[in-house]
Ligand binder design. Structure first.
Ligand code: NAG
Length: 315
């Protein structure tokens, strides 16, 4: 079993700040800093992840795919085939500029080191076919080890530093950029936030009553405080884990908006009527003050809970 404090650390590790270049906005670099030093792509000849020429940028979020359940019978592999079908349908309809898989890609109970990569290959297959760039966060199950797996002797932690001073020198003040934060398990204050929401103010399924295991351990307090106070233009913090919730809500204490993903995988717990789908987030402008729009898209194409994350949202 995973220890709670480890779960918190892993979630911090998994927090992903995807950065997309807003190519039309150019800031002059300090003499001595070359473009190659701050741009991860050009020397490799890879395309940049960029807003479209019309100033829009669409992110599609898959969450809780839970591949690899019940490998001993039909049911698990059938679920995975359905999840791949959902991914293909959504990618072909939505044509996102970027994809985030926000944790719980695999259900760990029946997956060991010899077969985890096979499942990852299946999951990234639709993304590679669609040639869409993506990032993933890890979840709970992606890190579990079975009793038969040896206890690790060494854990490698990776943090993307993106040295702030240099970012600001190269790209101008952070206030000139928008931001989104992704992590699999909601930070702990989201549990209390649920009591403040209403269907009118916060549309979207609200079928999962949050308990202690539904959110981070309260030890994430310093992380939450930093996240909510230090990032200018943070449009939303986005999490999954609780498959029956879809709402976006504003935390009054920090004035930051939190949004649930949509359960995308046929694996993992669920209830009749919850459905499967994705959350789309669409930016309409490079201007970080222009709020993105977001909604839930179900597999068959129905959309719901369409909201604009402007400064009035969720008040
Ligand atoms: C992974 O391999 C183990 C045997 O090493 C097997 O018991 C398990 O069912 C496999 N899991 C999947 C998801 O195929």
């Amino acid at each position: 079993m995973i220890k709670p404090n480890l779960a918190v650390k892993l979630a911090l590790l998994a927090t992903c700040f995807a950065q997309t270049s807003a190519s039309p906005v150019q800031h002059s670099l300090r003499p001595g800093i070359s473009v190659d030093e701050v741009d991860p792509y050009p020397s490799l000849g890879k395309p940049r992840v960029a807003f479209k020429p019309d100033g829009t940028f669409k992110i599609t979020i898959f969450s809780d795919l839970h591949f690899g359940e019940n490998p001993w019978d039909d049911w698990g592999p059938k679920q995975d085939a359905n999840s791949i079908k959902l991914m293909n349908t959504v990618l072909s309809d939505e044509k996102p500029d970027y994809v985030v898989i926000n944790g719980d890609l695999i259900t760990g109970e029946n997956t060991f080191k010899e077969n985890a990569t096979t499942l990852i290959d299946q999951i990234v297959g639709p993304l590679n076919n669609a040639k869409v760039p993506f990032s993933t966060t890890h979840g709970v199950y992606n890190t579990k080890s079975d009793d038969s797996d040896a206890t690790p002797a060494l854990i490698l932690w990776f943090f993307d530093s993106r040295e702030t001073a240099r970012m600001e020198e190269a790209w101008g003040p952070a206030e000139q950029r928008g931001a989104l934060a992704f992590m699999h398990i909601p930070p702990h204050p989201i549990r209390d936030l649920q009591a403040t929401i209403s269907p009118e103010k916060n549309p979207g399924l609200n079928a999962d009553k949050l308990g202690s295991g539904s959110v981070q351990n309260p030890q994430d307090e310093p992380f939450w405080n930093t996240l909510t106070s230090k990032i200018p233009n943070l449009h939303a913090i986005v999490s999954g884990h609780d498959h029956g919730n879809e709402w976006c809500a504003r935390d009054a204490a920090t004035d930051v908006v939190f949004c649930f993903n949509k359960h995308s995988g046929y694996g993992g717990y669920g209830q009749a009527g919850w459905g499967y789908g994705v959350r789309d987030i669409v930016f309409k402008s490079l201007d970080p003050q222009v709020p993105p729009e977001t909604w839930i898209r179900l597999e068959a194409g129905e959309t719901r809970a369409h909201v604009t994350l402007n400064s009035d949202y969720g008040r």
